[in-house]
Ligand binder design. Sequence first.
Ligand code: G1P
Length: 296
Amino acid sequence: MTRKVTKAIFPVAGLGTRFLPATKSIPKEIMTLVDRPLIQYAIDEARAAGIKEFIFVTSRGKGALEDYFDHAHELENTLRKSGKDDLLELLRHTNMESGAIAYIRQHKAMGLGHAVWCARRLVADEPFAVLLTDDVIQGEPPCLQQMIEAHAETGGSMVATMEVPTDKTSSYGVLDVAEDMGAIVRVRGLVEKPKQNPPSNLAVIGRYILAPTVMENLNKLKQGAGGEIQLTDAIADEIDAGRAVYGLRFRGQRFDCGSKAGFLQATVAFGLAREELRAEFLDYLQDVLAMSKAAE
Ligand code: G1P
């Protein structure tokens, strides 16, 4: 029996330089897709997968992110008095049970592996999830839940994965596949951002379920690609130690909200997925397409 996964780490310390000037004063995780900040999508996905403890690895300037999860008493009272129950219900999703949320500071930007390692005392000897908020995934059931279900069968560590074009592999962690079982692949190695000869086209996407031994591997604080401490390397160390690592080809669509084009695509997809916006938004998009065709 694999142990239940109830803790998740959200590395949110990044500077978000790709979204300057917006990120000069707001954390990128607060940037809004339709009407919810990116972080809310990740939290909702984690909750749906049964996560009970939420660990944020933050940095200087992320105050707005911490505030987002506080109860907004004044606002809630006003809404209550005016009978706006639907809005109160919306806000309920942003609230966290007392003690369910922890913030740890990453004092220096030393890479994703280092950010995860900062949370080591909070996860102790349990398997844990990691969610990267830049990767927004539209899927049913949500991606992390698919992984929890697959992980209950396989044990070990698991990363979300999808096929990417060969010329894009250098932007990702890439899997070296030992055995392809369809949705699940057993991995024999992982390479972070290979400059050449990627071992496959299967890229690591920002959802992980990791054995506690991955934290021990991170204790070495070994520098990897780009001089940073890489989570990918600590997962690869599991294989060297004879422990199993899997990739799950999740069902769903992933948007790279760390890039402007990806964020715009996600805005279209999530906008169209909203019942109350769909018709009007689709009309507009069709007009835009027709106009741009006519202009060609
Ligand atoms: C991180 C990981 C990489 C993974 C990617 C997924 O890279 O290091 O292995 O493929 O997220 O989005 P980043 O995009 O933060 O450079």
